[in-house]
Ligand binder design. Structure first.
Ligand SMILES: *Cc1c(COP(=O)(O)O)cnc(C)c1O
Length: 394
């Protein structure tokens, strides 16, 4: 079984490029060039230098001693929360802005839901001095005021999407419309391993620096490159793809994907795509997504904005269907408790997304000698008001 993308852009049954005719030239230009550009020595040199000097990589692989003792196993945290901007998303936006420059683009567009990807995109546009337009649902603009302010401070133009439900999918539609109208000078930075081929593969390759580092760091600390398990939360699936990437074809390393069960898988308010999803097409790729019997995409729900997505990337749909990945869903309540527990046990305030991955240890038991690497995708500063409301801290 192959868990990576094939030449046609598929992971097993999933992936591809289901796009309107008018978008074809843009996507095709990227498809023809992305691997070639990425393999150029000067691209690699610039990418690695920025990851080191600007993002702060390598991020530590930290042995969480008190957390490990509590759960009777060995837990390492891959500290993506220590990246510049507070999460893994910047690994991808750095890669894509360098790609855009190599392809001669001087205008960047992006869509954002909670604003995290918008901020990561605005950051690298400021770094490179490129124009940045971020499409965001009008409702999300109201809900996510601090991130809107960040994007504006970084020099981006935030354009409200006023159609439909005025949230992420409407922002995505606006971004696609913009790209169709600006095919030559504009690059569209997608924020996760979703979208038409080659985006899922390109984003996975940029994020794969995470597992590349884990291999080296684990070799130093444990005398072997392979842990028993790698664990990550899955929204679209980019931080997960990053920590799985170099282990996909190593069956001794178990892959655990953690989705948001919201208020419960069958509560009608969740984002547990593998449990509830059926095959369908979203954002240009065939994958598993939550939909009604007549194929309308269901509005997802999770307390964490980053997991509030009705699909998963095609790599993850394939990991689920093939059985290579073990999928676990975690409720809001369990994630919030696990997040607070990490604060008390390790002095680390995690993002609520990452807290979902930490919550599996209550139910999923590991052996005493197991080595479990959890991707701590982001820090919790952005979630402070949610923590305050939830635990009545103020
Ligand atoms: C955006 C985000 C996620 C979810 O996105 P993926 O593409 O699934 O990684 C997870 N954690 C944090 C901290 C995020 O900001």
């Amino acid at each position: 079984m192959n868990y990576n993308v094939n030449e046609k852009g598929y992971y097993g049954d999933f992936g591809g490029a289901y796009i309107p005719e008018m978008l074809y030239p843009n996507v095709e230009e990227l498809r023809q060039n992305y691997i070639k550009v990425m393999q150029e020595p000067d691209f690699q040199e610039e990418f690695k230098a920025l990851l080191k000097e600007y993002v702060g990589r390598p991020t530590p692989l930290y042995y969480a001693k008190r957390f490990s003792e509590k759960y009777g196993t060995n837990v390492y945290l891959k500290r993506e929360d220590l990246c510049h901007t507070g999460a893994h998303k910047v690994n991808n936006t750095i890669g894509q802005i360098l790609m855009a420059k190599r392809l001669g683009k001087n205008r960047i567009i992006a869509e954002t839901g909670a604003g995290q990807h918008g901020v990561a995109t605005a950051t690298v546009c400021a770094l490179m001095g490129l124009e940045c337009i971020v499409y965001m649902g009008a409702i999300d603009i109201k809900r996510q005021a601090p991130n809107v302010a960040r994007m504006k401070m970084l020099g981006a133009t935030v354009v409200p999407a006023e159609s439909g439900s005025k949230t992420l999918k409407d922002a995505t539609n606006e971004a696609i419309r913009d790209w169709i109208n600006n095919p030559t000078d504009t690059h569209y930075i997608i924020g996760s391993v979703v979208g038409p081929h080659p985006y899922p593969d390109m984003v996975a390759r940029f994020q794969s620096v995470i597992s590349e580092e884990v291999k080296k760091q684990l070799l130093e600390k444990e005398g072997k490159e392979n842990p028993d398990y790698v664990v990550a939360c899955v929204g679209g699936g980019s931080n997960a793809a990053g920590i799985y990437y170099h282990y996909l074809d190593t069956p001794e390393v178990g892959i655990i994907a953690v989705e948001a069960a919201g208020k419960g898988i069958h509560s009608g308010e969740s984002a547990a795509t593998s449990a509830l999803g059926k095959e369908g097409i979203i954002h240009g790729s065939k994958t598993l997504l939550m939909q009604t019997d007549d194929g309308q995409i269901t509005e997802p729900y999770s307390i964490s904005a980053g997991l509030d997505y009705p699909g998963v990337g095609p790599m993850h749909a394939h990991l689920f269907r093939s059985g290579r990945g073990e999928f676990i869903s975690i409720t809001d309540a369990d994630a919030m408790q696990a997040g607070l527990e990490l604060c008390k046990l390790e002095g680390i305030i995690p993002a609520i997304e990452s807290s979902h991955a930490l919550a599996i240890f209550e139910e999923r038991k590991f052996k005493k000698e197991d080595i479990v690497v959890v991707n701590l995708s982001g820090r919790g500063d952005k979630d402070l008001s949610t923590f305050i409301d939830y635990f009545k801290l103020a």
